[in-house]
Design a binder for this molecule. Structure first.
Ligand code: SF4
Length: 329
């Protein structure tokens, strides 16, 4: 592999507070109960993380009917619809909800707007777990759109009573355009007081924008089903920079590196730092400088799910009140 002359690392990159919390939740549940612990859907969208947790005894399932009656089940960081929560309650499953608090915020907004009689335009990707979960809060009132050109054909019962929400991991720029088009079409539209696109998504995109003009090639480490990682590739390409999404260092094609003197590296919010370190080590020829380009410091941490703390306490174990971005996997 051709070694570049310089490697620039985007910062922040990789794990966000919601992913860290979800991963630690599965690890702590395994410690508290011992395997198997069931996880509905991928706990976070990263193949490496899912495989590492599977090796420790986590069983990943698509739906609750794959979970035995007396088992513990963890809901993923992307959230669930109320129907899934209700099914778990009806079956008497022991539930730990690792939904990211920033996703829960969007669910609560959906519930509030629906209760107030609004039609809700949810900007997002209809096949993403997060959107499926949010849609479940008010399926009769929510209209999912992904792009500006869908605004013109949108049919809502009352154009005077429309609200919008967004998936947490969209492109900041594309979403701004969609919201602008919605405002033109529905002048009375209302939205959340603070953007639903989460801090981690915004910061990682800002770091890529800063880096894009300084590199010939950007490598984004993340899984193909990770929305926020895909958006990082799009942001770099929009800036005119060659960019590729890779699961890990093994995906790098040597032709990408031909003529790429300065290579940038970043990672989606569900990518552990170890994959970044491996990529840097593989690309780094002797004496090749590696520099971090910092855009913003992040110090967001979330408390672990209350159910987990309660279950651990019943077994005489103590858990940390908050995760500390351990990047264990
Ligand atoms: S990307 Fe944002 S919304 Fe998703 S888990 Fe991380 S912090 Fe939460």
């Amino acid at each position: 592999m051709n070694a570049p002359e310089k490697i620039l690392l985007a910062a922040p990159r990789g794990y966000c507070a919601g992913v860290d919390r979800a991963v630690v939740t599965v690890e702590k549940a395994l410690e508290t109960y011992g395997p198997p612990v069931y996880v509905r859907k991928e706990i976070v969208h990263n193949r490496h993380v899912v495989e590492a947790l599977r090796a420790k005894g986590a069983h990943f399932v698509d739906e609750l009917d794959e979970v035995p009656d007396d088992a513990t089940v963890i809901f993923s960081a992307h959230g669930i619809s109320p129907a899934v929560r209700e099914e778990a309650r009806r079956r008497g499953l022991r539930v730990i909800d690792a939904t990211c608090p920033l996703v829960t915020k969007v669910h609560l907004e959906a519930i509030r707007y629906a209760r107030e009689g609004y039609s809700i335009v949810l900007i997002g990707h209809e096949d993403h777990d997060e959107v499926i979960g949010t849609l479940g809060e008010a399926p009769d009132r929510i209209f999912v759109i992904a792009a500006v050109d869908e605004v013109a054909t949108l049919e809502v019962p009352d154009p005077e009573k429309v609200a919008y929400l967004t998936q947490t991991t969209l492109s900041v720029d594309d979403t701004r355009d969609v919201i602008e088009a919605l405002r033109k079409r529905f002048p009375k539209i209302v939205g959340p007081s603070r953007n639903d696109i989460c801090y981690a998504t915004q910061n990682r995109q800002a770091a890529v924008k800063r880096l894009a003009n300084d590199v010939d090639l950007l490598l984004v480490i993340g899984s193909a089903n990770s929305s926020n990682a895909i958006r990082l590739v799009e942001v770099a390409r929009t800036a005119g920079t060659h960019a590729h999404l890779i699961n890990d260092v093994g995906d790098i094609k040597s032709e990408w590196l031909e003529g790429a003197r300065r290579v940038g590296i970043t990672a989606g919010a569900s990518t552990p730092e170890v994959l970044v370190t491996q990529t840097v080590e593989a690309l780094r020829g002797q004496g090749v400088p590696v520099r971090e380009v910092h855009v913003v410091e992040e110090d967001v941490r979330f408390a672990l799910p209350q159910e987990l703390a309660r279950m651990a306490e019943e077994r005489g174990m103590t858990l940390p009140a908050r995760t500390a971005m351990r990047q264990t996997i």
